[in-house]
Design a protein around this ligand. Sequence first.
Ligand code: PLP
Length: 396
Amino acid sequence: MMQEFSRRTDWNLAKTAYAAALERLRADGRAMFDLTASNPTTCEFQYDRAGILGQLSRPECLEYEPDPRGLPLARAAVVKYYAEAAATQISPGQIFLTTSTSEAYSYLFRLHCDPGSEILIARPSYPLFDFLADLDDVRLVSYPLFYDHGWHIDRAALAERITSKTRAVVVVHPNNPTGHFTSPAEREWLEGICDEHGLVLIVDEVFLDYALDTADARENAHASFSTGEHPVLTYVLSGLSKVAGLPQMKAAWIAAFGPELLLEAATARLEIIADTFLSMNAPVQHAMPYLLANRSSVQQQIRRRVRENLEEFDRRLGGSPAVSRLLVEGGWYTVLRVPALMSGDALAIRLMEQERVVVHPGHFYGFDGDGWIVLSLLPPLPEFAEGVTRLLGSIA
Ligand SMILES: Cc1ncc(COP(=O)(O)O)c(C=O)c1O
């Protein structure tokens, strides 16, 4: 008899034309201009290598003191981060450490969803959720964002998509790749509709510290969801991967907020979920106070890179009638509107083959139709500038 696999892993594993072209071109050894590069550890930032490595070899790292919520000293460091970054006073009891925001999402899906439950997520947004949802047997239902001098939630469309199976609304703040923050008015509306329908709010704030100080930024829109009142259960997610530019450390967290009794019930259950995995390791937890306290050097370098690349892009774009860039308020990405003369994949493959430039077609992030390109703003400036020149030369 054939051994069976679960239906939830019944994915189409065939390599896409995009992935095959990228693999083939990378293998020929000639330079590529990768405008999708967003791994901070490979984008030529200066890290305090000795300090970081020193933290990972402390004697305490050899002790095993399992705590489902995470070691108190590591959670205290997260509490301090919120006091500094968002002027929010959180108690350590509201914090749960996880190895990634993906794991944090998964804990929350398991906490609030049954098989077949529905989660509302923005479109366009970060594409990680599809597999997570399959693995946790939940169904993703997208709500549209629309662009009109900045991005907005289509409130009527979101409200229409709520059913008796809906359990949560996910907001990425600022969103990836649109780079927009949820406005205070949108937050208030979201809290109202979640309250009305018994839904929880899951807010991914991994890019919160990367607001762009440009004319694009809208007033007062950058506050963390950890601030203010919480009329519904609200889970704020973040982690070292973006906050300290250290994705390899595998440390993230959930900060839980909400009405007292509900919050108590939620955290008691969450503790059991976390206790079942006990996934945090000792060395990284012991290093967290240092890594968080020293986040500003890498954050400043990343903010400067993003700003310089965006300025460089605008200089090279000039008055091109064919290509435009959408407003960016924060994060590490920018979205381009280009002529929709061919499919997004065909365009991306042509750019790879003819110009050796790697970009993401918008459909990777759920943009409808063709004519959308997403660029990372993290590549080193010379590589970014050359890639953009080739890209614009080929399209404009
Ligand atoms: C919006 C968003 N959330 C979460 C993550 C992943 O974070 P982690 O490394 O903690 O899983 C990313 C990574 O790019 C992201 O863009």
